[in-house]
Design a protein around this ligand. Sequence first.
Ligand SMILES: CC(=O)N[C@H]1[C@@H](OP(=O)(O)OP(=O)(O)OC[C@H]2O[C@@H](n3ccc(=O)[nH]c3=O)[C@H](O)[C@@H]2O)O[C@H](CO)[C@@H](O)[C@@H]1O[C@H](C)C(=O)N[C@@H](C)C(=O)N[C@H](CCC(=O)O)C(=O)O
Ligand SMILES: Nc1ncnc2c1ncn2[C@@H]1O[C@H](COP(=O)(O)OP(=O)(O)OP(=O)(O)O)[C@@H](O)[C@H]1O
Ligand SMILES: N[C@H](CCC[C@H](N)C(=O)O)C(=O)O
Ligand SMILES: [Mg+2]
Length: 492
Amino acid sequence: MGLTLKELLAGQPFEILQGSPDIEIGDIVCDSRKVVPGCLFCCLVGRTLDGHDYGPAAAKAGAAALLVEQPVEAPADTTVVKVKDGRAAMACAAAAFYGHPSRELHMIGITGTKGKTTCSYMTKNILEAAGYKVGLIGTIQTMIGDEVVPSRNTTPESHELQQLLRRMKDEGCTHVVMEVSSQGLMMHRVDGTEFELGVFTNISEDHISPTEHRTFAEYMGWKSVLFRMCQHGLVNADDPKWEEVLQGHTCDIATFGIEHSADIMAENVHLRREGRHLGVDFTLCRGDNRWTMTVGLPGKFNVENALAAAGIALYFGIGEGAIRKGLRDVHVRGRVEPVPTPSDYTILIDYAHNYMSMESLLSTLREYNPGRLICLFGGGGNRARARRFDMGEISGRYADLTILTEDNPRFEELEDIMEDLKVGLERSQGRYVIIPDRKDAIAYLIDHAQPGDIAVLIGKGHETYQDIKGVKYPFDEREVVREALKERGWQE
Ligand SMILES: CC(=O)N[C@H]1[C@@H](OP(=O)(O)OP(=O)(O)OC[C@H]2O[C@@H](n3ccc(=O)[nH]c3=O)[C@H](O)[C@@H]2O)O[C@H](CO)[C@@H](O)[C@@H]1O[C@H](C)C(=O)N[C@@H](C)C(=O)N[C@H](CCC(=O)O)C(=O)O
Ligand SMILES: Nc1ncnc2c1ncn2[C@@H]1O[C@H](COP(=O)(O)OP(=O)(O)OP(=O)(O)O)[C@@H](O)[C@H]1O
Ligand SMILES: N[C@H](CCC[C@H](N)C(=O)O)C(=O)O
Ligand SMILES: [Mg+2]
């Protein structure tokens, strides 16, 4: 026996515009193309379209009820209820519809400008090493244990999220680790989800564009919301803004850090380079415990991510061995991911695409003392323009050679994007070449790499396409590297 509309909206103010709220609801959707008979269709005001325009079509296709923010035409036998905020109401109804699965799971939500994806994989690895079955929701994909479910958004729409959580619980997961983006918080995608742990990695200026957040204050304000939704907070004490992010928090707080005094700390950070393999070691300190750890991913910033993941594990009472195994064996697609190469130089694929990630990535790679540091990247079209000047400038500052190329120009002209990148590079007087076709650019890089060099292909990360004027052309960077090496006679 399913729940009625009235039961789904319990605790939320709503006004009945027509029909009865005592009807049973068979599903919840917000896309008229996904309507099934007997469902609740939620009319949402989007960035480009208005779901209210699809209300009549949804009713015609069999929706039993419409959730609206303003009146819409509907047949007399369709119930129509009006709420103030359609996304918030949909999220709470979805949580009720799926029986509040978050209450039956150990829910971990990770927010922050950078490190969410990496930290969530580290956490999953550790929890699995401790014997738990784990659900993961984030940028690259959703996972139910080992099963992969494709993701469209980092934080899914609320009804998809609640459905996933229910599935995870039913399929035996005990813990779920998910990335909670500021867009997800702003669009009420996680409303109705009860988080046991909320984690803050860091914050820097990003996602400020006509399609994302209007100001930095707004961006930061949405990140704060997670700490009013969780029972316990774990935050990065090295981030200068952590106290601002916690404004209005209702959870208790534990901290982690490398530079500042914190509950969980890293000491003896040591960058490790063995042939073409890079990693980092540190001592994990909590109370009297001093545990040496080896992280399978390079860079000081991955010590921060590891501390956050270890902090989560320690909260759940997980011991030294599982933490060590989980951190040592971690691999994340497109996050400082090594690609097999002839053994004398390193090629990494990474997803840096803003100031903070470029700076962290290149400054830490520099510290590995490469023969030369070579950076290959472009700037995404129809995204925050400031990123391009920053990325150009930082590459010019740290790299011995920059190879400028394409990265999802979308509907912008590649030449215009290059001009912005060049401005940044010239500001820091970096040495660069321009090779518009990314495949040619990679071939150039391979032809010029020398023993001891570290080359990093930046921006595409896990992506497997090149988005040009609305068409997504297949482009898997690791395959392109492999092919180029093969053409040059190298076999793995
Ligand atoms: C700007 C934005 O966030 N858009 C999200 C939003 O779509 P929208 O508001 O653009 O929707 P719309 O096309 O205007 O349509 C409005 C409504 O009409 C409905 N509709 C539309 C057409 C139709 O025929 N019938 C119909 O019912 C739509 O289903 C929708 O409910 O709602 C969709 C469903 O939830 C999201 O997938 C979509 O994310 C897009 C893909 C996106 O790129 N979002 C980015 C900004 C984002 O959310 N990023 C964050 C962070 C990423 C990170 O840093 O890791 C994320 O969490 O992914
Ligand atoms: N803690 C960190 N601090 C700074 N930079 C980081 C950190 N962790 C990862 N990075 C850099 O940022 C890139 C993206 O990292 P990751 O995917 O883990 O973060 P995210 O918060 O999920 O980002 P996105 O919002 O892009 O999905 C990495 O490829 C790396 O270059
Ligand atoms: N997913 C993010 C980062 C993409 C990074 C880069 N590949 C680009 O296209 O700018 C975005 O769409 O803004
Ligand atoms: Mg992510």
